[in-house]
Design a binder for this molecule. Structure first.
Ligand code: NMX
Ligand code: MLT
Length: 434
């Protein structure tokens, strides 16, 4: 058995037993109370699921198995310029341990070993119009691999419950291994006339993805390592993760569950915001007729957007109440690697201008930038200006977190998720009788 799978099995078995006995002895422990505002307000803050791989603090941001983003950057094995490798994060999310550089290299090699994409996937993608949104192509590409699901086959053969995690592990590893090839294929067929680039198995996961997209620039490889690491997981309640969790709880296999989650990521209030941000900035630049707008010009444009009844993309968050540490990590990257970008200066000016304006509205709970406020400007700097592709990059990264969490869910024997709904009539009656 692979070292990672072996280590996971040991950790998961003991946690499974501990969780069962703890729940048996303390099943009536109250973990939350639900208010009417939460029921009609998108279930904000309700604690209602287990998610092992990360936890979000409203003020400090994401922690992966206890490690903040700056700590992860220090602790995980990295590429030549010091950016963490997402392979290491995947190992950490599954085992709770920081891997050695050798363990990360072995995982890179394992993913290369599993990376063959069936020809039918490319044929399926090629049957789509090239102007189909890249996220639509991604979910279709993932669904075209579903017939390879080991979980589905073994379930049909009568696999016992104790083996579910094993089959989900196999599917998840295969899917993660194949995703960069599928995602790069979508990019090249949509924007580069179908001039595809073969994988290079001498490279790590991120550099190989960058290579297949069309860049062998060392700085861009570093950006991809950072990008694929910081977008990977944001606890379980975000829309894409929660969707994968819900669909997976029906024992749909990881291909079905992941593609469902990608349809959630494709919404403009969630992952699509990364394309919306750069689109909004390009429109502002066009409107103002300058690549170097002043803060006053930006403030006027922000006001105009709000007056039109739209949101400012890249700002606000359902949980965070401070600037997103993922925004800050990307800003640090830009400060270190990029010194001549009008677009990035504009992103930083927007950061100075937007929060006080949103605060002045008196209703926005978090006026600060989220992860999507910065990522597009970095990608444009390295020549990737086709912003309708950006959410696919987010999705490739998010696979690491949601699939690791899915393996945990099956190993911990999580049941079908099925919360309770109520009608507005029921609510009115409760209020009357209160
Ligand atoms: N611009 C304008 N108005 C905003 C913004 C914003 N960026 N953020 C929140 N509001 C409004 C929101 O629309 C709501 O208005 P109303 O009561 O009239 O419906 C009000 O402020 C209260 O919303 P909140 O409770 O602060 O935010 P909520 O938790 O409902 O939503 C987001 C969170 C992220 C959906 C929201 O902040 C937003 O729409 N942001 C812009 C889109 C975005 O950047 N999404 C990416 C999130 C990160 N990701 O990758 O998933
Ligand atoms: C995410 O990374 O999933 C977003 O920040 C949205 C969220 O956490 O709700």
């Amino acid at each position: 058995m692979e070292a990672l799978k072996q280590k996971f099995a040991e950790k998961a078995l003991s946690l499974y037993q501990e969780l069962r006995s703890t729940t048996k002895a303390n099943g009536s422990l109250k973990v939350d109370e639900v208010t009417l505002s939460q029921v009609v307000g998108g279930a904000r803050g309700i604690k209602m699921m287990l998610w092992e791989t990360s936890q979000l603090d409203p003020n400090k941001g994401i922690r992966f198995r206890g490690y903040s983003i700056p700590e992860i950057k220090e602790a995980l094995p990295s590429g030549p310029q010091g950016e963490p490798k997402p392979e290491g994060l995947f190992w950490l999310m599954l085992t709770g341990e920081i891997p050695t550089a050798e363990e990360v290299d072995a995982l890179t090699a394992e993913w290369h070993r599993r990376a063959d994409v069936p020809e039918a996937v490319f044929t399926t993608l090629d049957s789509l119009p090239t102007d189909a949104h890249p996220m639509t192509q991604l979910t279709i590409g993932v669904m075209a691999m579903q017939s390879d699901s080991i979980f589905s086959r073994r379930y049909a053969e009568g696999m016992p419950k104790t083996e579910y995690w094993d089959a989900v592990y196999e599917d998840s590893m295969n899917l993660i291994a194949r995703l960069p090839r599928v995602a790069a294929y979508i990019y090249r067929r949509t924007f580069k006339g179908g001039d595809h680039i073969a994988p290079d198995t001498s490279l790590d996961y991120s550099a190989n993805y960058a290579h297949m997209l069309g860049s062998d620039d060392e700085d861009f490889r570093s950006l991809m390592r950072l990008y694929l690491t910081i977008h990977a997981d944001h606890e379980g309640g975000n829309a894409s993760a929660h969707t994968v969790h819900l669909v997976g709880s029906t024992l749909s296999d990881p291909y079905l569950a992941f593609s469902a989650g990608m349809n959630a990521l494709a919404g403009p209030l969630h992952g699509l915001a990364n394309q919306e941000v750069i689109k909004w900035i390009f429109e502002m630049i066009d409107n103002l007729g300058t690549k170097t707008p002043t803060k006053e010009q930006i403030a006027d444009y922000v006001q105009q957007t709000l007056d039109e009844g739209k949101v400012i993309p890249g700002y606000g968050h359902a949980v965070l109440r401070e600037p997103d540490p993922r925004f800050t990590a990307q800003r640090r990257f830009a400060e270190q690697y990029i010194h001549d970008s009008d677009l990035i200066s504009t992103v930083w000016k927007i950061f100075d201008v937007v929060p006080p304006i949103l605060q002045s509205l008196g209703k926005v709970k978090n006026p600060w930038p989220n992860v999507d406020a910065h990522s597009g400007a970095l990608l444009v700097h390295y020549g990737f200006s086709e912003f309708s592709y950006y959410t696919v990059l987010f999705g490739v990264s998010r696979a690491l977190g949601v699939l690791a969490a899915g393996i945990w869910s099956r190993a911990l024997g999580m049941p079908l998720e099925r919360p309770k709904s109520v009608t507005s009539e029921w609510v009115m009656n409760q209020v009357k009788n209160n």
